[in-house]
Design a protein around this ligand. Sequence first.
Ligand code: SF4
Ligand code: SF4
Length: 222
Amino acid sequence: MKIIYVKLSDCSGCMINFLPLLEKLNLEIVYFPNVVDDGEIREADVAIINGAVAKESEEHMGILKRVREASKWVAAIGSCSSVGGITRYLRGGQNPTPSHITFLPVGDVIEVDFAIPGCPASTDIMEKFLKALEEGNEKYLTPFRNLAKKRKAGGLDLQDEIVSAGLCSGCGMCALSCPVGAIEIVKGRPEVRMEKCIRCGTCYFRCPRMFIRLRKPDAEVA
Ligand code: SF4
Ligand code: SF4
């Protein structure tokens, strides 16, 4: 399978988890500037993108446009790429410091076919996703397709789609992953302090139960 890998603005966790797959799977690298010193973006089966897009960066915008044209499928990996993640902290591109950068999910700039959960996405789920893509396993790919429709996520999405839907197991991953400490586990369930939430989507992307409802082909995501 021919792959393009693009790392935009993030902590590098998704890329570090992806690297073991270069040895494990039969992947042909077309473009992966962090690994191969070759600036050409050529045709590929799938482009894997991690990190959020710096809106003011011509480099980011140019790469994404070329990647979309060259790739049959585009997959956003992890919360930064899919819904903004920790880059939601930033409120740039406005006075009094207009030079600050504003970040967007990849799906705000180009069409994204799949989103892979996790913050960071695990090696295991990326491996399973790539195998399903190669085999054309649409049943397995459905949640990834459905998740790609979601370009914003916050603590209330977790509340609505997981807790209120009766899917929460009380594992506490959401509270552990929240960068601003907006979630507290009370009586085995997360309680979100909305006045603190920066709508980064990390809790949603880390929740292991989130995939359950996304398995339906017609799953509604907003
Ligand atoms: S509750 Fe925390 S982790 Fe969830 S979206 Fe808000 S800030 Fe992000
Ligand atoms: S991560 Fe999901 S399952 Fe775990 S406590 Fe939070 S909402 Fe519940």
